[in-house]
Design a protein around this ligand. Structure first.
Ligand SMILES: [Zn+2]
Length: 106
C-alpha cells in the first residue's frame, strides 16, 4: 500500500487544515520497570496475583495456546507532524496492509 508523505488534514493545535508529514511509528518494547507494567500483567492474569506459577516454569508449545501466525498483515501506526506548529498527532488507521511505503506526493 502506497501512502503519500505529505497529507493536508486538520490540526487540533492550529485549529485549521495544515500540511502534515506522515511517518510510520516504529515498534518499541514495553518497559518492564515502567509504572503500570505490574498492573497490566495483573489484568492479563500473568502478574503477581492468583495462584500457580502462571506458566513460568513449563508451558505447552506456543501454537497450542496462542493464535500465532493467524494474521499475515498488520495495522499501521501513523504519526502526523504539523508543518506549522511542529506538533505530532497519532492517527489510528483501521486498514490492514502487508507492506507500507511512503511516497512523495505528486
Ligand atoms: Zn499545527
Amino acid at each position: 500500500m502506497k501512502i503519500p508523505k505529505i497529507r493536508r488534514t486538520f490540526c487540533p493545535f492550529c485549529k485549521t487544515q495544515t500540511e502534515h508529514i506522515v511517518t510510520i511509528a516504529k515498534k518499541r518494547e514495553r518497559g518492564s520497570l515502567k509504572k503500570g507494567s505490574i498492573a497490566r500483567l495483573m489484568k492479563r492474569g500473568s502478574g503477581k496475583a492468583g495462584f500457580g506459577n502462571h506458566g513460568k516454569f513449563s508451558r505447552k508449545a506456543i501454537s497450542a495456546w496462542k493464535r500465532v501466525g493467524a494474521k499475515s498483515s498488520k495495522k499501521s501506526d501513523f504519526r502526523l507532524k504539523c508543518k506549522v506548529c511542529n506538533k505530532t498527532q497519532v492517527k489510528s488507521s483501521g486498514s490492514r496492509a502487508k507492506k507500507l511505503t511512503l511516497e512523495e506526493a505528486t
